[in-house]
Design a protein around this ligand. Sequence first.
Ligand SMILES: Cc1cc2nc3c(=O)[nH]c(=O)nc-3n(C[C@H](O)[C@H](O)[C@H](O)COP(=O)(O)O)c2cc1C
Length: 194
Amino acid sequence: MSKVAVVYHSGYGHTAAVAKAVARGAAGVEGVEAQLISVTDIDKHWDDLNAADALIFGAPTYMGGVSAQFKAFMDASAKVWFVQGWKDKIAAGFTHSGSQNGDKFNTVTQLFTFAMQHGMIWTGLGLMPGNNNSKGSVNDLNRLGGFSGALTQSNNDQGAEAIPASDLKTAEALGGRVAQVVMRMAHQRETVAA
Ligand SMILES: Cc1cc2nc3c(=O)[nH]c(=O)nc-3n(C[C@H](O)[C@H](O)[C@H](O)COP(=O)(O)O)c2cc1C
């Protein structure tokens, strides 16, 4: 089995719900198992991260960037960075915020830069933007129109149950895409080895 680890932080449960959707999408691809890892438990899981074929990073947008807890995980990964232990693993990212925009792109850029420092291979969302024409609606996949990762949003005064189904489907699509890329690479490795 190929392995996808979804590494996330969530202060109030919203990003956790999105992370679950990402993992569901990844696990939906045959031959792939997905593991959800909260950065609050990270010290138990460094070996899981090192063993994974892909790492999908997720953080809420706090003050226009990743949460402090996620940044602490990024900084702690410097030990892996020194030996480039995650080089050539597949990477992707997602973020959740309260505002429609809320500067989420900065958070995804932070996740992308982090993955690049680790020598990883970034996978974008791969979906056309939704809700950007007269026939569109908030029910469209990728309703917030991101490309670099999955962008999701819900109101600040509501819980995770208020996350639109379209956003959870967008998150599932990111997980599925990463899992497909992982399977394609595994197939290529087998072909080269044969
Ligand atoms: C400290 C803090 C800073 C925040 N900064 C932003 C922000 O920059 N942009 C935004 O749209 N929402 C911001 N929010 C709202 C959160 O992104 C939003 O509540 C999100 O659902 C939290 O996700 P979580 O439940 O996974 O922690 C902020 C919330 C907190 C607590």
